[in-house]
Design a binder for this molecule. Structure first.
Ligand SMILES: [Zn+2]
Length: 254
């Protein structure tokens, strides 16, 4: 509670209807205005890292400035993923059903795919350039570690692997839909990745997240991108300061 200002605390106590904890759990965040990215830290005590964190994401990535890795440290092992597609009000997300065989191995530690979701425009930039969309594949280790694979998306051919998602995606509050996606077919052939330590790009902006952003973009059609933007016109967090971080370039293939 120490992070609450006195007027905010008085306001919560004055509500009288619910205790402070439950009021804070319902703190609403968005991508614009009074609940947008610049205000996330003010919305809840748990969100302080959104403002004070020194290793935040996303960032602008530059392949030419990237360091070579000391050793081969990452591998992405994805096949088919089955789960439920939901609209959670912030994005479209596929929550995987049960334990997943889809793995990211990061410095010898297995991280299993838990969910993937989309942003528009892209959150990461490559050589200063944003892309129309970005896919985030969120993987978790048994001890709570998080590794996220970022895939940039440019406008081009219709994406067959993602077609089940963007043909009539669910509106907010609608029932979820069970789907299977072939992640092996979805990812680009070239797995060259820019790797760095960052954060979740949504509140509470938790740090120590292992990011690997693939340099080769995938494609979605103008119609598929428009289908997402009808639901989420802009759901990206702006780029954050590097604060001395130096991304490593590495092939995340086998
Ligand atoms: Zn994301």
């Amino acid at each position: 509670m120490s992070n609450l200002s006195r007027p905010a605390l008085a306001g919560l106590l004055a509500l009288g209807l619910c205790n402070a904890a439950s009021a804070l759990e319902h703190a609403h965040w968005s991508y614009a205005g009074k609940t947008g990215p610049a205000e996330w830290a003010a919305l809840a005590p748990d969100n302080q890292l959104c403002k004070t964190g020194q290793q935040q994401s996303p960032i602008d990535l530059h392949a030419a400035k990237a360091r070579a890795p000391a050793s081969h440290d990452v591998a992405i092992r994805y096949g088919r993923a089955a789960g439920r597609l939901v609209n959670n009000g912030h994005t479209l997300e596929l929550d995987l059903a049960g334990p997943s065989d889809n793995l990211v191995v990061h410095q010898g530690v297995e991280h299993r795919l838990a969910q993937f979701h989309f942003h528009t425009p892209s959150e990461h930039r490559l050589e200063g350039r944003a892309f129309p969309m970005e896919l985030h594949l969120v993987n978790k280790s048994a001890d709570g570690g998080i590794a996220v694979v970022g895939v940039l998306i440019r406008e081009g051919r219709k994406n067959g692997a993602l077609a089940p998602i963007f043909a009539g995606p669910p509106k907010a509050g609608a029932a979820g839909r069970d789907l299977q996606i072939d992640l092996a077919a979805l990812l680009p052939a070239d797995r060259k990745a820019l790797r760095y330590t960052g954060s979740l790009t949504t509140p509470p902006c938790t740090e120590q997240v292992h990011w690997m952003v693939l340099e080769q973009p995938i494609e979605m059609s103008a119609g598929q991108i428009a289908a997402f933007r009808r639901l989420f016109p802009d759901n990206h967090r702006p780029v954050q300061p590097l604060n001395g971080r130096e991304p490593v370039e590495e092939n995340a293939g086998e």
